[in-house]
Design a protein around this ligand. Structure first.
Ligand code: IVH
Length: 686
């Protein structure tokens, strides 16, 4: 019997190893090569099988298991890691002349007949990470820190799906190096950032400024589950240290090697030059291309390719002489700040915006820029009439950086946030602890335009052809005084047809799209209401619990807060929203119009016989394997855990029970047999 047990265990361990290998391979196909070979369903099946084995046999879990990418327990703070070599930074050049001067400088330090080639790689705008592998296994990952000592963010890095947890040895026969330390950059792609931002900003009532900061926040979060929820990626670009691997003679070989070992490498963007003029031309031309990349890059990195010359050149201070960053300055310009106007957002937030004397900047004419908030203006002492420095970084909206104080004439005016809403005259308030000022009038037309915009937007009711322009027009024309009026527009067909540019077909299409939106599921409707902090994910959570918007509207803060993932801020906001008579009226009208207000009825669940009962298994059962027994218990509502405690309801014991039996007896936990369990769930005995 013991032999059989051992055999079964070995077989399971082998299966787990095989599954890990398969999953890692398919991860690599999917995330690194972008060339999956199996469907998502097939992948999920492999993954779930592995999860099941590991759940039942936690001793079989290995640190490189793909199941360990998410959900590791939060760390208490980060441990410090000393880097095996200093993580150098780079000096910058910002023009072709400076780039040539760099080459002239290094040539003075090299033999006159030195033959150099150069690699050119994108300078990825992310966070440096230092990745340690032992015999192909990812064992440690660190931030750059001060260049000598970084922080241990291994658990967070494990959640980055393009990072190999085990180096996939692609062509068989080659074993991974005994020790390998790789430097790379963790980043969030532009597309993932946009998706993440769209989903989270409304919900969390905060702004995510750019991919880099969002990635940084994710990597340095103490809870790996948060990291896992942010779609990060990785590019590898330097072999910091290697033992027991092939001899590498150049950066180009190193990049090739990293690619072979399964690391994501920017290979389609990398170049190798022997002609320096061609390299300079490439750098100049690349400025046009960098914005087209799927990730943010703030320049190029030019490296002397041959390691012999790199070693000869060494470094000065923190910067290697053999590499340099070619950066494109974010274009800046100086212009006059003509005025500061205040815009009103959907939730009534007042945002100051700069009205500028039009100026050319990075190929476009700019006449408006963001000023963020009142504190920003005050801290920088930005005054109306000032000459100000503005900057456009990447695709970000232009910003006012600072005033040019030397150019002041004395006629400049200090600006203050108005105490009345510039649109409706309603009173303006600032809540303690918040930077923002709000217009308190829920009927403020500016807020209404934004609310309508949000209501019809893609993430909410998704009404095709209904954009910002229409929202503004309909509010201005008095066709919409409340979002619920959207569903009465069909009564105003004549008026719509009289508007400029509204032909019959356009009106029909719009009305049809509005009608169709009545089928949108309740969570979208709840999202569309625009309650602060209630974005699509929170809306789903709330409705899963309350089933209908009406039930939610009746709920008290305490009950709302009980939902996992819903905190006091959300609860307070929901209750406050439904307390407003205006909002209640809007909701009643929407419901009457026929919008979905509840989740579809689910079949009433019959109470399962083992609901809430906890089981522990020991020994060999007469007819079921442990896996089967576990499945059966779960299918009938019970839970299976690994060890006996006071909380255990039953010990299911078979032949040759282990020490668990003794423990159960000591604690007075009832011990049952397979036959007892069958009786409990109404199965016939065999
Ligand atoms: S090489 C000694 N290559 O840029 C080697 N760095 O200011 C120095 N970076 O902190 C780094 N892409 O995180 C190198 N292809 C690339 C890079 C790159 C981005 C970052 C790196 C460093 C910063 C230098």
């Amino acid at each position: 019997m013991r032999r059989n047990d051992d055999d079964a265990r070995t077989a399971l361990a082998q299966r787990a190893a095989k599954l890990r290998q398969l999953i890692n391979y398919h991860n690599y196909r999917y995330y690194v090569l972008n060339a999956p070979e199996i469907s998502d369903e097939e992948y999920d099946m492999l993954f779930r099988e592995l999860q099941r084995i590991e759940q039942e046999h936690p001793e079989l879990i290995t640190p490189d298991s793909p199941t360990q990418r998410a959900g590791a327990p939060p760390a208490e703070g980060f441990a410090k890691v000393r880097h095996p070599a200093p993580m150098l930074s780079l000096s910058n050049v910002t023009s072709p002349e400076e780039l040539r001067a760099w080459r002239d400088r290094i040539f003075r330090l090299l033999p006159s007949d030195a033959q150099l080639t150069y690699t050119v790689e994108p300078k990825i705008d992310g966070l440096t990470v230092v990745l340690h592998y032992e015999n192909g296994l990812f064992v440690l990952g660190a931030t750059r820190g001060d260049g000598f000592v970084g922080e241990d963010i291994t658990a967070n890095l494990r959640t980055v799906r393009s990072l190999p947890l085990r180096i996939p040895v692609v062509d068989s026969g080659r074993t991974p190096p005994a020790r390998l330390v790789v430097r790379g950059e963790a980043y969030m792609s532009k597309a993932e950032f946009e998706r993440f931002r769209a989903e989270h900003e409304a919900e969390e009532g905060r702004r995510y400024v750019n991919p880099r900061n969002t990635a940084a926040g994710a990597l340095r979060n103490l809870d790996p589950a948060v990291t896992a929820s942010r779609p990060l990626d990785i590019w590898a670009y330097q072999v910091v240290l290697m033992e027991g691997g092939p001899n590498l003679n150049s950066q180009w070989e190193a990049l090739q090697f990293l690619d072979d070992m399964g690391f994501p490498v920017t290979k389609e963007y990398n170049r190798l030059f022997d002609d320096f003029q061609a390299l300079v031309d490439f750098c100049i031309a690349w400025e046009q291309e960098k914005d087209e990349l799927p990730f943010e890059a703030d320049g190029l990195v030019i490296k002397v390719n041959e390691f012999v010359w790199q070693d000869r050149l060494g470094f000065v201070g923190r910067d290697p002489r053999w590499a340099v960053a070619y950066k494109y300055p974010s274009p800046e310009a100086i212009t006059r700040l003509l005025d500061i106007v205040v815009e009103v957002g959907r939730t009534g937030v007042l945002t100051p915006r700069a009205v500028l004397e039009p100026v050319h900047l990075g190929g476009v004419t700019i006449s408006s820029a963001t000023l963020h908030n009142a504190d920003y203006i005050e801290e920088r002492d930005i005054r109306i009439g000032d000459m100000v420095v503005i900057r456009r970084a990447g695709d970000v909206i232009p910003q006012v950086l600072r005033p040019v104080v030397e150019l002041r004439t004395g006629d400049e005016r200090v600006w203050r946030m108005p105490d009345k809403c510039p649109v409706c005259g309603g009173s303006v308030v600032r809540y303690p602890g918040e930077v923002a000022y709000y217009c308190e009038n829920v009927a403020c037309p500016a807020q209404l335009v934004r609310r309508v915009q949000f209501f019809v937007s893609r993430g909410a009711m998704d009404i095709a052809g209904f954009g910002a322009k229409l929202a503004e027009l309909f509010v201005k024309e008095g066709l919409i005084r409340d979002v619920a009026d959207i569903y009465e527009l069909h009564k105003q067909r004549e008026k719509l047809l009289s508007l400029e540019g509204f032909a019959e077909k356009k009106v029909d299409n719009l009305l049809a799209a509005i009608e169709a939106s009545k089928q949108q599921p309740a969570p979208r409707v709840l999202t569309a209401l625009g309650i602060r902090f209630v974005g699509s994910t929170v809306a789903e959570l709330l409705l899963e619990h309350f089933r209908s918007i009406d039930a939610l509207a009746q709920a008290e803060e305490a009950e709302i807060m009980q939902i996992e993932g819903v905190g006091p801020r959300i609860a307070e906001s929901v209750v406050a929203w439904f307390q407003q008579p205006n909002n209640r009226r809007t909701w009643q009208r929407l419901k009457k119009a026929g919008l979905q207000s509840a989740l579809p009825e689910t079949q009433e669940k019959k109470p399962a016989p083992l609901d809430g009962k906890t089981f522990v298994l020991t020994g060999t059962l007469p007819s079921w394997s442990r896996e089967q027994a576990t499945e059966i218990i779960k299918a009938h509502g019970g839970r299976v855990t690994g060890s006996v405690s006071r909380k255990t309801d039953y010990l299911l014991a078979g032949e040759r029970p282990g020490s668990k039996l003794e423990k159960a007896r000591k604690l007075g936990v009832p011990v049952i047999t397979e036959a007892d369990l069958r009786a409990m769930i109404g199965l016939k005995n065999v």
